[in-house]
Design a protein around this ligand. Structure first.
Ligand code: PEP
Length: 227
């Protein structure tokens, strides 16, 4: 049975102390401890904090006997060199397994183009990181395999107005027709504990990307428990 992927995108939120607080509440919400895990074995949970919090969360999550992974929210399109402020795939691979690439907020506020996104995907694949490529239209879907796509309609991001599970399913099916039946497609946009299951139970949707609701450890714990 295919593992469902639940990805938390924290965006530009949380300090180190808020991260520790989140981690404690999250453990309590799921009743998980160092010795036991009550999570379904068919789930993989990926938390994507800001770069600076990755080592903080890494040392905390690694104490749990649970299916947690870390991801980054972005990566440099350059391999290394004179690119002040950038974080490369080569640096990230010691800490994370996944990288969110091409999020609509990066396209909107930082002018990221499809060409940039493709260079970032290339860097991820070169360093064995799995890119989670965010797309809001079929034109943004490149036919690269070995990536996970996240269908994130612009009208649903941070608005409290999710797309319907049926539309998300149709979009996922179209991506698979274009790229290949084995590619994983997630849905993202106003996912919460009440609607997560309706998306994840669609035949071509392999999980969810969660923004706002992942910042609250209890709500994020609830999402995981509903799946
Ligand atoms: C996102 O921005 O990736 C996202 C899914 O946000 P939200 O859940 O807050 O709509």
């Amino acid at each position: 049975m295919e593992k469902k992927l639940i990805v938390a995108n924290w965006k530009e939120n949380k300090t180190a102390s808020q991260t520790t607080e989140w981690f404690e509440k999250f453990g309590a919400a799921l009743s998980i401890s160092r010795s036991r895990s009550k999570l379904s074995i068919n789930l993989e949970v990926v938390v994507c904090p800001s770069f600076i919090l990755i080592p903080v969360l890494n040392s905390q999550l690694s104490t749990l006997n649970s299916p947690f992974r870390l991801g980054a929210q972005d990566v440099s399109k350059f391999e290394e060199g004179q690119y002040t402020g950038e974080v490369s795939a080569k640096m990230l691979r010691d800490f994370v397994s996944y990288v969110i690439v091409g999020h609509s907020e990066r396209r909107e506020h930082f002018g990221e183009t499809d060409e940039d996104v493709n260079l970032k995907i290339e860097q991820c694949l070169k360093y064995d990181l799995t890119p989670i490529v965010c797309v809001s239209s079929l034109e943004q879907v490149s036919t690269v395999s070995d990536v996970i796509f996240a269908y994130e309609p612009l009208s649903a991001i941070g608005t409290g107005k999710p797309d319907t599970p049926e539309n998300a399913q149709d979009f996922a099916q179209e991506i698979k027709t274009e790229v290949g039946q084995n590619v994983k497609v997630l849905y993202g946009g106003s996912v919460n504990a009440k609607n997560a299951k309706s998306f994840v139970s669609q035949p071509d949707i392999s999980g969810v990307l969660v923004g706002e609701a992942s910042l609250d450890a209890e709500e994020f714990g609830k999402i995981i428990k509903t799946l």
